[in-house]
Design a protein around this ligand. Structure first.
Ligand SMILES: NC(=O)c1ccc[n+]([C@@H]2O[C@H](COP(=O)([O-])OP(=O)(O)OC[C@H]3O[C@@H](n4cnc5c(N)ncnc54)[C@H](OP(=O)(O)O)[C@@H]3O)[C@@H](O)[C@H]2O)c1
Length: 357
């Protein structure tokens, strides 16, 4: 009798709590990204000609954001390293959204901030900067144990993944504060949530972005500036190496479309639903186990990527092409001759490919 009453007193509220939580999850992660329209432009801009900046916007995830923001009426500033990919992106935006303006500036974010900050300030002056997408990021082409990681590349990664986003935010914040509105998007990664062996530096830089964005969101709330931190798993791109979409690998267009619906609604979010399922799964696994699993997985990935590189290299040599795929190590461009077809260990101990992406 007593137990029955207790079960009713505890059980019903608990069941109601679970149902409410489930409704919140369904609303947040199924309804919002797929059915709710993003806020109108007026949330982030009061002018008739708002601008959005996308760093590393020429390809991959950045291009997805640039195209989707242009579709919504933002003029676009592309900041990136490769003029060719930015020109392609510019053409694609102009053909789909003829009414928006697209400008671009070649900037190498691995260079010290003082070498490019003034050029950014010049390009944004007299423009109503409403959105900043801190997208630019690099990783090692092949996962590598930290003891083998080239120090010059470690520095580049911290510079590009952390400092570029921090400096860009510092540059645009005064303008947004002056306007009393704006939006800033940060690209963290699942490895910023769950540490990834053989990607220690990348993982660390993405954890920085995650915490930086989260902390900033509260500081700028009173100025009506929305901050959104995204931490995806796989999106089709040069960096991820995936060439075809699948359930767990979305296209940059799908990713950016889902993500933009959260700007102003959430601060830290996993915008693509299948990635959220992975988050839930990984959060249930004890840390020690997930680290061991991830290390073993990364070893396999490294060997597979190294083999793929070798096959591509052999193919290019076999076809009589003089072009040789080089494994770059820091600034020295020495080619290495790694035959790891049947020797996994050798592949892992070989010099890592450190081509920035
Ligand atoms: N794709 C994923 O699965 C995934 C998952 C989690 C997080 N992310 C994050 O999403 C962001 C975009 O990744 P992505 O997959 O789209 O990468 P990506 O395909 O390699 O594209 C990165 C873009 O940044 C540019 N870039 C690279 N280094 C630069 C530098 N030093 N200075 C200026 N521009 C530079 C690249 O230009 P070039 O054309 O010259 O190389 C390219 O346009 C990154 O922050 C990444 O960490 C991606």
């Amino acid at each position: 009798m007593v137990l029955g009453t207790l079960a009713v007193i505890v059980g019903y509220p608990f069941a109601i709590y679970l149902i409410v939580q489930l409704c919140i999850i369904i609303y947040d992660h199924v309804i919002v990204p797929h059915f709710i329209e993003p806020f109108p432009l007026s949330r982030w801009s009061s002018s008739s000609s708002p601008w959005a900046i996308v760093t590393g916007g020429g390809s991959g995830v950045g291009r997805g954001f640039a195209e989707q923001l242009a579709r919504r009426g933002f003029n676009i500033i592309l900041l990136g390293r490769s003029r060719i990919s930015m020109s392609e992106c510019q053409e694609s935006i102009r053909s789909r959204s003829p009414n928006v303006d697209v400008v671009m500036e070649e900037i190498d974010f691995s260079r010290p901030v003082h070498e490019w900050a003034q050029r950014v300030e010049a390009i944004i002056s007299n423009k109503d900067i409403s959105i900043l997408v801190n997208n630019v990021g690099i990783n090692t082409e092949i996962p590598v144990v930290y003891s083998e990681h080239d120090l010059a590349h470690v520095q580049d990664m911290i510079q590009v993944n952390c400092l570029a986003a921090s400096a860009m935010t510092k540059i645009v914040l005064p303008l947004m504060k002056q306007n009393g509105k704006g939006g800033i998007i940060f690209l963290s990664s699942c490895t910023g949530e769950f540490a990834s062996p053989m990607m220690a530096v990348y993982s660390g830089t993405k954890a920085y972005i995650r915490r930086f964005g989260e902390a900033l969101s509260e500081e700028v709330k009173s100025s009506h500036i929305d901050v959104l931190v995204l931490h995806p798993y796989y999106v089709l791109s040069k960096m991820s190496g995936f060439r075809k979409p699948s359930l767990l690998v979305c296209t940059p267009t799908v990713f950016a479309t889902c993500a933009l619906r959260y700007l102003g609604r959430k601060v830290v979010v996993q915008p693509y639903f299948p990635h959220l399922c992975l988050d839930v799964l990984f959060s249930l696994v004890p840390l020690g186990l997930s680290l061991r699993f991830q290390l073993n997985r990364m070893k396999t990935v490294a060997v597979r990527l190294m083999r793929r590189k070798n096959r591509e290299r052999e193919a290019s040599l076999g076809s009589g092409s003089s072009a040789e795929i080089e494994f770059q190590r820091g600034s020295s461009h020495s080619s290495t001759d790694i035959d790891c077809e049947d020797d996994d260990k050798k592949a892992l101990l070989s010099p890592p490919a450190l081509i920035t992406q």
